[in-house]
Design a protein around this ligand. Structure first.
Ligand code: ADP
Ligand code: MG
Length: 773
């Protein structure tokens, strides 16, 4: 028997999902699978676990709810417990490094990764009567893998006579990926759609796209606050640092003081009607703002309005009216470190806002919101602002679908988010600021229409929206390099990766090739003959080496180099080497200026790279990087990128690999002869499936031009020869055996040839050591 606080009861009854309780419960009781698609804020996360609890689903086993984000895991457990009048002993949460689960836990909120771990030790999830996969539209790697596994676990539980229910909850995006995928669910599960009351939201685009989106966000917020009627403001930025920066600036502009009674100030110097209110009152096809152009815009608008009335069709977006975005796309690729630089303060343009800031006496109640914010501070966004002040939340994309803040009327959208971007050559990944998808932009806009009609200000042009923002970002699982995905899944005990029922499947051919590559590298192996059962003849298992490799946050081939170099105390060298191999075109000039001899010469192009970055770091410490790079033909941007990667990789490895604690030595000395020899063996260990053998000149067919074969090698099953790159240092020695990082094509038609990039000399007697026999 649940006893709810009457206040909570009133709030719940306002949620549209409450009216659907009976229908939802009937569907759950009658089906093993159910998809709940509902607008954000309709009450899926907070209410459905309560329905299940009241229907007795927690009497003998637990109710599991998974979240892709830590912030939602904690916040939602707390909220559901509070609404049910239960303690955190009964409604608990669990995530990596943190949790409050007890033996009395009835409803368990957890991150998707935690449930995956539990499956590894209890495949049937026998502790649970029902599993809710929340925020399935986020398509995190773990959520996708969970869905595939659960589609198989549920029927197994039925066979055991102890049924398990699976509820997939999602915003209304992309539900077809789950319903129309017959490999995942042979019979499409029923879908229940939850509507939520949504007021109209008017979208305004900026005319220009200023790459300094934080300044733009600040300006827009000041204008909204000083000119527009009451209503909360929600600002979307990309990360914690940006949140803090804006919070600080906005607080300074419109400070709140406890000892002042602000209630008398409300709506002074504010327009009365909503129509005047929007900074720009026309929908979709008009960009707002830039007061100077306002008058001109008005004329155009009038004309367009007339045309619209005539044609009666949907308003057309007139592309001639838009200026090209200012940034060239490069500016978008800022990451945390760079963005500190552009969090610049005062600025002439901003000064023009000073008079309106001064004359506005209403305070802004500015609150931060992001994943790692502590729970008490997070909870503040749900409370009303103090009397007389206006609520303003500066948030990352957690406010997009995970957390609904009441009373927002204005959304300020920078159009940016942070996304993990992988380098497909090495698998190194980094967080980058990218344009959000169009679907995300619409979700963000919707946040302004929860309590009344609202406005959303996109701080970029509609041309950017149309041409730069993808409709949807592909699911994480499909953006990850396949080799890395295959190894990760095998380590989880999922042996048949190629046949796995992915919600959105990566290319099967690619998965097969990845398995082959991993086998060649000794990371996967066929199980011993006596253990092979008929149906899993082709199942490859992870070797002990593979287990060690998987701990490194890189493509397995580079992970292998790192894992083995750790055993040889060469980790700092390999980290530098892998970082350097990740960045294209480090050297713009000929490498002859780099004296390479002996073993360093045999280390070949990677050896030259190592020397180059070592020397460049030395120059950097002395403050002479720029001159140095110019003098020796190094691309300065590449050197900076490598420096950042080294730091990032080093700290990630220290965090994720047990027992490793290495430091970045900026002035790394060149490897001595013995080290260089070991490094060559390490390079071979990672690139061992890419070996070349020199084609002897007497092998060249009659009639062929022998000169064309001076630097030609024979490579595996390839028919045509592959060549040493014209800048390769190994052209000096032309060794018998080499390994290379990648192959690429140059030249057109009869001049076309295959060229090896980043080549290292190896000894033939090392080859048998390559794959453990
Ligand atoms: P959905 O999962 O469908 O997006 P939720 O269940 O998260 O919706 O939210 C339903 C309602 O509950 C929203 O109006 C939200 O503002 C409110 N809500 C959620 N958490 C809290 C909280 N901690 N305090 C106050 N209101 C909350
Ligand atoms: Mg939710």
């Amino acid at each position: 028997e649940v006893k709810r606080d009457p206040k909570i009861q009133v709030a719940r009854l306002k949620l549209p999902i409450l009216g659907e309780e009976q229908r939802i419960m009937e569907l759950i009781n009658e089906n093993e699978f159910l998809i709940v698609a509902g607008e954000t804020g309709s009450g899926k996360t907070t209410q459905i676990p309560q329905f299940l609890y009241e229907a007795g689903y927690a009497e003998h086993k637990m109710i599991a709810v998974t979240e892709p984000r830590r912030v939602a895991t904690v916040a939602m457990a707390a909220r559901v417990g509070y609404e049910l009048g239960l303690t955190s002993k009964e409604v608990s949460y669990l995530m990596r490094f943190e949790g409050n689960v007890t033996k009395d836990t009835k409803i368990k909120f957890m991150t998707d990764g935690v449930l995956l771990k539990e499956i590894q030790s209890d495949f049937l999830l026998s502790k649970y009567s029902v599993v809710i996969i929340d925020e399935a539209h986020e398509r995190s790697v773990y959520t996708d893998i969970l869905l595939g596994l659960l589609s198989r676990i549920v029927p197994l539980r039925r066979k055991r006579g102890s049924p398990l229910r699976l509820i997939i909850m999602s915003a209304t995006l992309r539900v077809e990926d789950f319903t129309e995928n017959t490999r995942l669910f042979k019979d499409p599960p029923p879908v229940i759609k939850i509507d939520s009351r949504q007021f109209p939201v008017t979208t305004h685009f900026n005319k220009n796209t200023n790459s300094d989106y934080l300044k733009e966000a600040y300006k827009k917020t000041v204008k909204i606050h000083t000119r527009l009627p009451e209503g909360g403001i929600l600002i979307f930025v990309t990360g914690q640092q940006e949140v803090h920066y804006l919070v600080k600036k906005l607080k300074a502009a419109f400070p709140y003081r406890k000892d002042v009674d602000y209630t008398k100030l409300i709506t002074k110097n504010k327009p009365v009607s909503d129509a005047d209110a929007a900074l720009d009152s026309e929908p979709e096809d008009i960009e707002s703002d830039d007061d100077e152009v306002e008058r001109e815009m008005k004329r155009a608008r009038k004309a367009r309005r007339k045309a619209k009335q005539k044609s009666k069709t949907l308003p057309k977006i007139n592309l001639d009216d838009y200026d090209m975005p200012e940034d060239d796309g490069q500016a978008d690729l800022v990451d945390d470190e760079d963005s500190e630089g552009h969090l610049s303060d005062s600025d002439a343009e901003e000064d023009s806002l000073a008079p309106s800031i001064k004359s506005c006496r209403q305070p802004l109640w500015v609150l931060p919101l992001y994943s790692m914010l502590n729970q008490n501070k997070q909870a503040r966004v749900f409370n009303p602002a103090p009397a007389g002040a206006r609520l303003c939340v500066v948030s990352t994309d957690v406010a997009e679908t995970s957390i609904t803040i009441p009373s927002i009327r204005y959304v300020v959208d920078t159009g940016k988010k942070k996304m993990r971007v992988y380098d497909h050559t090495t698998g190194a990944s980094a967080w980058r600021v990218v344009w959000t998808s169009q679907a995300s932009a619409e979700q963000r806009s919707g946040r302004a229409g929860r309590v009344s009609s609202g406005h959303t200000y996109r701080l970029y042009s509609s041309a950017v929206f149309q041409h730069e923002c993808p409709e949807q970002h592909p699911p994480d699982l499909c953006r990850r390099p396949v080799d890395d995905l295959v190894l990760t899944m095998k380590c989880m005990g999922i042996d048949k990766v190629v046949n796995f029922p992915f919600p959105t499947a990566p290319d099967r051919m690619q998965l097969r090739l990845a398995e082959k590559r991993l086998e060649a590298l000794g990371i996967l192996e066929k199980p011993p003959m006596k253990n092979i059962r008929k149906d899993d003849e082709e199942v490859l298992k992870v070797t002990p080496l593979g287990k060690a490799v998987s701990a490194f946050p890189l493509l397995p081939r580079y992970g292998k180099m790192l894992a083995l170099s750790h055993q040889q105390n060469l980790l700092p060298f390999t980290i530098a080497l892998v970082s350097a191999l990740t960045v294209p075109e480090v050297m713009t000039g000929k490498p002859d200026s780099w004296p390479a001899t002996g073993n360093v010469l045999l280390l070949g192009d990677p050896g030259v790279l190592l020397r180059a970055i070592g020397a460049a770091e030395y120059a950097y410490v002395k403050g002479e990087e720029e001159i140095f790079c110019a003098k020796y033909g190094l691309r300065e941007k590449a050197i900076k990128e490598i420096r950042k990667l080294r730091k990032q990789l080093t700290s990630e490895i220290n965090l994720s690999v047990a027992g490793v604690n290495v430091a970045v030595d900026p002035e790394m000395k060149p490897p001595n002869d013995n080290q260089a020899r070991l490094l060559r063996q390490l390079v071979l260990s990672g690139l061992g499936d890419q070996v070349g053998k020199k084609i002897a000149l007497d092998e060249v067919k009659q009639g062929e031009d022998k000169r064309k074969f001076k630097y030609a090698y024979h490579c595996g099953e390839l028919e045509e020869p592959v060549h040493l790159h014209s800048d390769s240092i190994l052209r000096k020695s032309i060794p018998e055996w080499v390994v290379f990082q990648e192959l690429y094509e140059t030249g057109a038609e009869e001049r076309r040839k295959m060229v090896m990039r980043n080549v290292t000399a190896i000894e033939p007697e090392w080859l048998p050591l390559l794959v453990p026999q």
